[in-house]
Design a protein around this ligand. Structure first.
Ligand code: HEA
Ligand code: HEM
Ligand SMILES: [Cu+2]
Length: 668
């Protein structure tokens, strides 16, 4: 009846997961109860959970990412603690089978459920606003994408309470991940969760490629799009091409595990090297899916806070598209040691190094944007400078890894672990924190506290260097990755420093929460009444903070590369706004519970597949299908916002802008 699911699945005999599970369950229950007591559930249901508004969906992605960051960080600090305890005679506090689950869960969660939702969240929130339009191409599908991602995150976290997670690392290489060597449910949790969230990601890519190519404000030609939109386009093009490869690789592994196929086993003519190729054909481009939008955020931040147009806009666009294409031609640098041969290794090594050139172009462009500008040293600029200092070193260690003979020595070493955390934390995480500070007032109508924001920055910056620089040294001394125990006592000081670094990052994460709560409490003193708190240059700053559901009463007419800046300067010079347009009623998509219900059934179905409960899997599938049919039969998918309401809002907005312009022209 319940397949493999028995009472043994609950970790009664392992105190750490058991206590964590209980604490998490109690916390979730308490928050749910508190929200109910406050009477906020209907608001959450109508305004967020069932919303088709790209801004609300963006916020939900970022909330998901922040929650999962806490989980991913908890894993990280446990690993750092284990490695600084389990040295020499001591065995530490985590047994190997538990430690292996932790690094696998950490990598999987950080990439799929922290970095991805963070990046997708920003694209959701920002891209339609910057393009000067009202929503993405397929708003309902957007909601479905989010909930499928959340369903994947739920399943990965469920493995803590019921059963176990994969012990195979974040990419589940066979033969270790085959049934013979990993008979439990861990790898199945991994496979099913990533398949479900992967569907969501592909739908997101379809949505955003369509939006950027097809829906832009009048006059917004490709070469007038803000750089963030270009990087979002590049990132979604990579997603569109790469994620189906991941789906195929994981589906083949599922066939191996569930039906005894032999794609990746050496019996029956299979070959595990095929998996290596497929997973890295996705895995390498994946890191550029993350880092390109990060580059986009830095570009917006550099221009705004230097008070200058971005230096070398066209070269920035060109560099982005070159990286987008070349990132597809380097996957083999992850397994130089697999033995493809010297010539093949050389080709892929050189291709990898070539990516350094467009990346270098970007770094120089940001520097030249700041050079000679009136730079305002706000939190986002701190992250930009911190990024340039950190990422250049991380990128250069990447170039070292791209030299095959060097890679033979440091492959899978702690040097590699240091490389990729340096580019991911210094590149992606810093950008996400910069973007969070930069766009927060647009989303909620008030700014975040600046002093606490700077404290958070210093925690990440100092903490990162302490946590990961020692790993370069240990890597050179022969330290390999994924070690549950360290036998050489002379490494202890380096590992203790690394632990201290992780603690400092932890303080930064706690301070982020404090900053948020404090800023909410003092929001009345930090209201953004102008809609343009940073003296911005792109269209998201033209509308109110927070923007109305439809973003713009009338789609803005775009002239020139910096749509909003040009318009603002003309208005300041002429001391008047453009003539009031003829307002029209606006048609917007209605809310829909389709996304949550589909994700509910997908989670049920996924859970049943993991535990071999076949009747439930079939019920889940039927449920998910039925809700789509139900949705297709609905007659009403849009509602009309009456012209009076549009006009009222727009006039209010014009009054605020006039006052704001007046203050600016007085002060200059
Ligand atoms: C955001 C994530 C991210 C980014 C941006 C990069 C960027 C790069 N990475 Fe990294 N990498 C990872 C994430 C990332 N990587 C991860 C997660 C892994 C390991 C996965 C695992 O095994 O679990 C990995 C592993 C990895 C390997 C495999 C090593 C091994 O397994 O043994 C290699 C080898 O070539 C490599 C190379 C590079 C190169 C050449 C770049 C380049 O793009 C860097 C370009 C940047 C610069 C060079 C700096 C700025 C440029 C200048 C200042 C101009 C002047 C410089 C020159 C012209 C050279 N990476
Ligand atoms: C917040 C601070 C972080 C700390 C302290 C940290 C620490 C660690 C540690 C100790 C490991 C294991 C290294 C080993 O094999 O010995 C690891 C692995 C890994 N980390 Fe992090 N990490 C952090 C953030 C991140 C972030 C933000 C990401 C990605 C977005 C990330 C992605 C990964 C990946 C992919 C692995 C490899 C997992 C595997 O071996 O299968 N980490 N991290
Ligand atoms: Cu790579």
């Amino acid at each position: 009846m319940f397949g493999r699911l028995t009472w043994d699945a609950i970790p009664f005999h392992e105190p750490i997961p058991l206590i964590t599970s209980l604490v998490v369950l109690i916390a979730v229950g308490a928050i749910g109860f508190w929200v109910w007591r406050k009477g906020w559930w209907p608001y959450l249901w109508n305004e967020y959970i069932t919303s088709t508004d790209h801004k609300r969906i963006g916020v939900m992605y970022i909330v998901l990412a922040l929650l999962m960051l806490v989980r991913g960080f908890a894993d990280a600090i446990m690993m750092r603690a284990q490695q600084s305890l389990a040295i020499g005679a001591s065995q530490g506090y985590l047994p190997p089978e538990h430690y292996n689950q932790i690094f696998s869960a950490h990598g999987t969660i950080m990439i799929f459920f922290v970095a991805m939702p963070f990046v997708i969240g920003f694209m959701n929130f920002v891209v339609p606003l910057q393009l000067g339009v009202r929503d993405v191409a397929f708003p309902t599908m957007n909601n479905v994408s989010f909930w499928l991602n959340a369903s994947g995150a739920l399943l990965v976290n469920l493995s803590l309470f019921l059963g176990e997670f994969a012990r195979t690392g974040w990419l589940a290489f066979p033969p270790l991940s085959e049934k013979a060597f990993s008979p439990g449910v861990g790898v199945d949790y991994y496979l099913v969760a990533l398949q479900i969230s992967g569907v969501g990601t592909v739908l997101t890519a379809v949505n955003f490629v369509t939006t950027i190519l097809k829906i832009r404000a009048p006059g917004m030609s490709y070469l007038r799009m803000p750089v963030f939109c270009w990087t979002a386009l590049a990132s979604n093009l990579i997603m569109l091409a790469a994620f189906p490869v991941l789906t195929v690789a994981l589906a083949q592994l599922m066939l191996d595990r569930y039906l005894g196929f032999h794609f990746f086993t050496n019996d029956g003519g299979g070959n595990s090297m095929l998996y290596m190729n497929l997973i890295w054909v996705w895995g390498h481009p994946e890191v550029y899916i993350l880092v390109l939008p990060a580059f986009g955020i830095y570009s917006e931040v550099a221009a705004t806070f230097s008070g200058k147009p971005l230096f070398g806009y066209r070269s920035m666009v060109f560099a982005t598209m070159v990286i987008c294409i070349v990132s597809y031609c380097v996957w083999l640098h992850h397994f130089f040691t697999m033995g493809a041969g010297a010539d093949i290794n050389a080709v892929f090594g050189i291709a990898s190094m070539i990516i350094g050139i467009p990346t270098g172009v970007k770094i120089y462009n940001w520097l030249f944007t700041m050079y000679g500008g009136r730079v305002r040293f706000t939190v986002p600029i701190y992250y930009l400078i911190g990024f340039m200092l950190t990422f250049v070193i991380g990128g250069l260690t990447g170039v070292l890894l791209a030299i095959p003979p060097v890679d033979f020595i440091v492959h899978n070493s702690l040097f590699l672990v240091a490389h990729f955390h340096q580019v991911i934390i210094g590149g992606v995480v810093f950008a996400l924190m910069a973007g969070y500070t930069y766009w927060f007032p647009k989303a909620f109508g008030f700014t975040l506290d600046e002093r606490l924001g700077k404290a958070v920055f210093w925690c990440w910056f100092i903490g990162f260097h302490l946590a990961f620089m020692p790993l370069y040294v240990l890597g050179f001394w022969g330290g390999t990755r994924r070690m549950q125990h360290i036998s050489d006592p002379s490494w202890a000081p380096w590992l203790h420093v690394a632990f201290l670094g992780a603690v400092i990052i932890g303080i930064g994460i706690v301070l982020t929460v404090v900053q948020l709560l404090y800023s909410i409490k003092t929001r009345d003193q930090r209201r953004d009444v102008t809609g343009d708190p940073w003296d911005g240059r792109t269209l998201e700053w033209l509308t109110l903070s927070p923007p109305p559901h439809y973003n713009f009463a009338v789609l803005p007419d775009v002239h020139g590369e910096e749509a909003y800046w040009t318009r603002k300067q003309t208005a300041i010079k002429e001391e008047r706004l453009i003539d009031e347009p003829n307002y029209q009623p606006i048609e917007m998509p209605i809310n829909t519970p389709t996304g949550v219900i589909v994700a509910f059934f997908a989670s049920v179905c996924g859970f049943a597949i993991i535990w071999y409960i076949w009747w439930l899997a079939i019920l889940g599938l039927i449920g998910a299908f039925a809700i789509f049919v139900w949705y297709a039969w609905q007659d009403e998918h849009e509602h009309i916002i009456p012209v009076d309401e549009v006009r009222k809002n727009a006039r209010e907005r014009r009054r605020i802008r006039m006052e704001h312009l007046h203050t600016i022209s007085q002060s200059t």
